[in-house]
Every structure is written in C-alpha cells, then in structure tokens.
Design a protein around this ligand. Structure first.
Ligand code: SAM
Ligand code: SF4
Length: 324
C-alpha cells in the first residue's frame, strides 16, 4: 500500500526504448533512432526486479516499450516471469506490427493478454500517424485471437484533427470482433512538440460522438481488468468501450495501482511526475535482492497522490522509454 491507501500491485516494465513505429503522439523522430541512453536492463535484471516486486505483493506485470516485440529474448523473459511465485498474470502492450508471426510463441510462453494499439482503420492515415503498415497490425490482431489469449484489447489515442473521425469505425471494428476498445486521452509526454494542446480531444467529447451522456451504461470492474480504463456499454451495440481520462477525470489517480520500470532501469512511481529511482545502479552494484526490494518500497512510499500533467506541461522523459 502507498501512503494514500492505494494497493500497488501492478508493475509496468518497458523492455526496450526502441520502436519500429514513430507515432505522432509518442516518438515522431525519423530514422529509427533509439531514444534514451540505450543501456537497457538485461532479461536477468528485469527478472530480479519482478521477483523482488512479487515478494512485496505485486501480482500483475505488463511488458511494454518502445515496442516490446523488438526484443529478441522476449519469449524467454515471459516464460521466466510467468513462473515467478506470486505473479498472477503477464500482459503485453504492442503496436502489433510483429504480432502475426510471434503470437503463438507468446501464448506458449505464458503471456495472458495483449493490448494492441490501433489508432485508425484508414491505411493512409495509419501510416501518417505511426509510420507503420495497418494490414500487418490487423493480421496481428487476428493472430492474437487465433492464439487464444485470455485478454485482448485495442487502444486508441485520441487526437483532434488526426483520428477523431475514427472513433465510430474503431468502435464498430472492435465490437464486430468481440474485443474491448479503450480510447485514451492524449498525454503531454512525447519527444516532439507535435501533440500540442490543439490536438487534445477530451474523452467526454469523443463519447458524445458515439452516444448521448445518459445512454452510457457503466460496466462493473472485472478481475482481469488491471488498467485505468472505465468501461461502458451502449444499449444499441454489443461493445465494451473503455475510456482512459488522465487529463479530464479529477479522480483518475485515486485508484492507481501502478509502478513503472523504464527500459534503462529507473523506477517511476508516477507517469506524470519526474521522480525516478535508479534501480539499474542498485541491480549492478549488488547481487542481493534486499536493496532491490528496498528501492521498490521507497518508490511506493514516494508515489504522489496525483500526476502533474496539467502543471508540468511537458515532462521530459519520452513515453517510449516509460512504456505508457
Ligand atoms: N509500442 C507499444 C504500443 O504502441 O502499444 C507499447 C508502448 S506505448 C508507449 C504504450 C501505450 O502508450 C500505447 O497504448 C500508446 O498508444 C500509449 N501512448 C503513447 N504515447 C501517448 C501519449 N502521448 N498519450 C497517451 N497515450 C500514449
Ligand atoms: Fe512506438 Fe508504441 Fe510509441 Fe507508437 S506508441 S512510437 S508504437 S512505442
């Protein structure tokens, strides 16, 4: 528990800061340059953190990035992390580009669920927004469904003037495949100035595009639901639609259960706060797990009540090194 009574049992691990896309809202630099100092944790170091976290009561792990499927040892890492006593589930967030070929191996390794980013169904807009090939992502989503993951979700970052025309098509696409979709408010974390305030589209406005306020029926939280989304249904369609509202929901942080480990081994108590704890140094200084546990406990104790997106404007660490 942190000092505000929140149970912190969900560790998000960025396993690489490299990515094969360049999303407008995340890391729009050209030329595939990696962001961050490139000195990422080894699989063994990540496992030590997972073991220490599990011994403190962490139960859920999400592997993210950058693009986690770019990490060659990912399946081994999943297999070993899934075997850590206390860990109840491992999830992965991916852009889906490499998912089609690797989905069966991920499932065999013990991955429980995948969240696939899908910001538009228009191939030209998709390339403009992410630099990637939409068809490969759609193939990846199909492969994930065939591989039989317990949880598959779609994620869409809302950007005014970029993909706001896609809210309805994406909601229909997700419903037709029986998949929940989450619409995420744009957060001011990026390596560029591209997603300025003008691009921000509040979730409330996006919701209104799908149905009037009194039509939305809140869904009860399910046990497989680790994240910050609030899910709703609309009576006229068979779809579970989640909204992630870090900027417009004043109570967004009240139920935060997360701690983040960056690709370069820094523990971040909060995505929207610059405080970091240098766990990589500790991992490399000592073979003992005690200092790792201590560092995790300190980070939990330092978890702020709320993020500081509104006050900070643009925190410096890019999303791709934190993992969202
Ligand atoms: N590459 C993977 C992917 O795209 O899903 C995993 C890493 S990505 C940083 C994790 C999540 O963060 C994705 O759902 C992505 O859409 C979201 N994200 C990235 N930048 C964001 C921003 N500025 N505001 C809101 N969400 C963002
Ligand atoms: Fe890469 Fe994911 Fe960031 Fe897009 S959101 S640039 S896919 S890390």
């Amino acid at each position: 528990m942190d000092r505000f009574g929140r149970t912190i049992d969900y560790l998000r691990v960025s396993v690489t800061c490299r990515c094969n896309e360049r999303c407008l809202y995340c890391m729009p630099e050209p030329n595939g340059r990696p962001v961050g100092n490139g000195d990422c944790l080894t699989a063994n170091e990540i496992l030590r953190v997972v073991q220490a976290a599990a011994s403190l009561g962490f139960r859920k792990i999400r592997l993210t990035g950058g693009e986690p499927l770019m990490r060659p040892d990912l399946c081994d890492l999943i297999r070993q992390a899934a075997a850590v006593p206390g860990i109840e589930g491992i999830g992965l967030s991916t852009n889906g580009l490499r998912l089609a070929s690797i989905a069966p191996s991920l499932a065999a390794a013990g991955l429980g669920g995948v969240n696939v980013s899908l910001d538009t169904l228009d191939p030209v807009a998709y390339r403009r927004m992410t630099g990637g090939d939409l068809q490969r992502v759609l193939d990846g989503i199909r492969a994930a469904q065939t591989a039989g993951f317990a949880r598959i979700k779609l994620n869409c970052v809302l950007m005014r003037g970029i993909n706001e025309d896609q809210i309805e098509p994406l909601a229909r696409f997700a419903a037709a495949r029986g998949l929940p979709i989450r619409f995420i408010e744009l957060m001011p974390i990026t390596t560029s100035k591209a997603p300025g305030r003008l691009r921000f589209l509040p979730a409330e406005e996006a919701m209104a595009r799908l149905g009037p306020p009194d039509a939305w029926i809140p869904s009860p939280r399910s046990s497989g639901d680790w994240g910050p989304a609030r899910y709703y249904r609309l009576p006229d369609r068979d779809a579970s639609i989640g909204w992630i509202r870090p900027l417009t929901d004043p109570r967004f942080c009240d139920s935060c259960n997360r701690m983040r480990l960056t690709a370069d081994g820094q523990l971040m108590p909060c995505l929207g706060d610059p405080t970091e704890f240098d766990l990589r140094r500790i991992l490399r200084q000592s073979a003992s797990d005690e200092p790792v546990r201590d560092c995790l406990s300190q980070a939990i104790a330092a978890k702020p009540r709320q993020h500081r997106f509104n006050r900070l404007g643009q925190p410096c660490r890019p999303m791709c090194t934190v993992g969202g």
